[in-house]
Write a protein that binds this ligand. Structure first.
Ligand code: IMP
Ligand code: MG
Length: 180
């Protein structure tokens, strides 16, 4: 098992598995025939996934515009709180077909908040894309339209996801299982 920052990481999804799943996901998204799609990546956690997925989308024949919104769901800990906007999108979403991307769908608070916000602003359609789905932790009545992998009830790091601002750079997704 890899050791990073003195911690042992158990890999749950390898770089190769993620890459393969991203091209499948892009094809699934393409079969929904997106019309002038606007991708909105939720920062910070989804930036790695979004960067790979939009290139996979290109491979699947989709040409999206890309936007970013920064939403804080946690503060510094690992318990979900009330989502707040730290930085908003710069594009008018009215009458647009949106594809909102997040790293992981857990309680659902973040994606429910963002979807609701975009609908309030007059989006024509809002599709939700999550790299990981952790259905055991769901509180909001919400599901993603496109999911990379279902994941166990463990705290995931890597591929953009952090614990205490660490481990976003890992090319795989894993769990910190202890001190090395
Ligand atoms: P939700 O609002 O509870 O669905 O949580 C979603 C947000 O919390 C995501 O945008 C993630 O950034 C973060 N999050 C939830 N679970 C994990 C995890 O296991 N590892 C890292 N971040 C997580
Ligand atoms: Mg996040």
């Amino acid at each position: 098992m890899p050791i990073v920052r003195g911690k042992t990481i158990e890999i749950l999804f390898t770089q190769e598995e993620i890459a393969r799943r991203n091209s499948e996901l892009a094809k699934e998204i393409a079969s929904s025939e997106p019309d002038n799609p606007l991708v909105i990546a939720i920062l910070k956690g989804s930036f790695v996934f979004a960067a790979d997925l939009i290139r996979a989308m290109h491979g699947a024949g989709i040409s999206p515009e890309v936007e970013f919104i920064s939403i804080s769901s946690y503060g510094a800990g690992t318990e979900a709180g009330k989502p707040t906007i730290l930085r908003d999108v710069e594009t008018d979403v009215k009458d647009r077909n949106l594809y909102i991307i997040d790293d992981i769908l857990e309680s659902g608070g973040t994606l429910a908040f963002t979807k609701n916000l975009m609908e309030t602003r007059g989006a024509k359609s809002v599709s939700l894309i999550a790299m990981l789905d952790k259905p055991t932790k769901r509180k909001a009545d919400i599901n993603a339209d496109f999911v990379g992998f279902e994941c166990p009830d463990k705290f995931m790091v890597g591929y953009g996801m952090d614990v205490g601002h660490a481990f976003r750079e890992l090319p795989y997704i894993g769990e910190v299982v202890g001190d090395a």
